[in-house]
Design a protein around this ligand. Structure first.
Ligand code: PLP
Length: 384
């Protein structure tokens, strides 16, 4: 599957991997196989290996092949949500008594899964600043089986050197998991840098149109791929055929969308950095960002997410969110439309009081692909 695309460029692979013409009709887009079960030609006589759609469905297979090819992996698995993918991963690679190292900045729902769910099943974790290898090493225990990294991180846009943390993981005999949601496979390829598992919320840039919730795991090791596929089927949180189809469609325009997201976000970050009501801007594309050099090394461009702190504290931040018009006030990210949100009260409410707590005056932008002048004008008026 992915091997046949290994010499092609990303844009070509994104459009063709998994998208073989339908053998029956020649349809150039894989049909939505809205079906639960498959006629067998005699007991056990499966056509193409399909028996029941929790185990496999052709539309989901098409997406899974596409995802594996885009990340340069051997196996892709599509789930009902990003968190369903993470849950499957945790229960596949960790057992009670195991330990994992998690980042001090991460998606709130990911932290909640570690803190409120996995811990009850006997999996412990330590929090580290994953941009600092000394901090990661200090968090290791003899039971550490995985190091979890988000880069760029949500919502503070921290950057972790994937190749460096892969070395730390290898020395520790732990697996490196990289949540590649913010970058997308177009901007960053963690498996090539030494990661063992790539995690995605397909809800974000992969889907790209704010119309589907989905998740994925991609791995290079076929044996680990088999173990994950076993757990995916055994636990059952799979992507439905229509959801898989929507993400597969989104993937075809990922490259052009990401180019525009990055371009627009760079302009937004520069404008915010000059604004007198803005106290701090978090964007890895800015030369003063502490992870700028590493981001420039491991990413094609810096992506569409920008966070910033405003003068005047939490109330001022909330007012800016409420005044925005082109930037829609809402959770999530990665769609063609620009979004604005207040992490402390919205996406990251679940990390309040933890080591992952975010500043109350922080605003997060998902910079869309609208005209940049309209976006800059909207931020000007919202900042007042
Ligand atoms: C949204 C998100 C998730 C969770 O994905 P869902 O599809 O919402 O379950 C995980 N990681 C990151 C970085 C995210 O932004």
């Amino acid at each position: 599957m992915s091997d046949s695309h290994s010499t092609q460029s990303f844009e070509t692979v994104a459009i063709h991997a998994g998208n073989t013409a339908d053998p029956l009709t020649g349809a150039v887009v894989p049909p939505i196989y809205q079906v639960s079960t498959y006629k067998q030609d005699g007991v056990g006589g499966l056509r193409g290996g399909y028996e029941y759609s929790r185990s496999a469905n052709p539309t989901r297979t098409a997406l899974e092949e596409n995802l594996a090819a885009l990340e340069g992996g051997r196996r892709g698995l599509a789930f009902a949500s990003g968190l369903a993918a993470e849950d499957c991963l945790l229960r596949t690679i960790l057992s009670p008594g195991d330990h994992l190292v998690i980042p001090d900045d991460a998606y709130g729902g990911t932290f909640r899964l570690f803190a409120k769910v996995a811990r009850r099943w006997g999996v412990e974790f330590s929090v580290a600043d994953t941009s600092d290898m000394a901090s990661v090493r200090a968090a290791l225990t003899p039971q550490t089986k995985a190091i979890w990294v988000e880069t760029p991180s949500n919502p503070l846009l921290g950057i972790t050197d994937i190749a460096a943390v892969a070395d730390v993981a290898r020395d520790a005999g732990a697996r490196l998991v990289v949540d590649n949601t913010f970058a997308s496979p177009y901007l960053q390829q963690p498996l090539a840098l030494g990661a063992d598992v790539v995690v995605h919320s397909l809800t974000k840039y992969m889907g790209g149109h704010s119309d589907v919730v989905g998740g994925a795991l991609v791995v290079s090791d076929p044996a680990l791929g088999e173990e994950l596929a076993f757990h995916q089927n055994a636990m059952g949180a799979v992507a439905g055929p229509f959801d898989a189809w929507l993400v597969l469609r989104g993937a075809k325009t990922l490259a052009v969308r990401m180019d525009r997201h990055s371009e627009n976000a760079e302009r937004v970050a520069e404008a915010l950095a000059r604004h007198r009501k803005v106290a701090q801007v978090y964007y890895p594309g800015l030369p003063e960002h502490p992870g700028h050099e590493i981001a420039a090394k491991q990413m094609r461009s810096f992506g569409g997410m920008v966070s910033f702190r405003v003068q005047g504290g939490e109330q001022a931040a909330i007012e800016v969110c409420n005044r925005a018009k082109v930037f829609t006030l809402g959770e999530s990210l990665g769609g063609v439309e620009s979004l604005i949100e207040h992490p402390a009260r919205m996406t990251h409410a679940s990390v309040a009081g933890s080591q992952l707590e975010v500043p109350a005056d922080l605003i997060r932008l998902s910079v869309g692909i609208e005209n940049i002048d309209d976006l800059l004008a909207d931020l000007q008026q919202a900042l007042g």
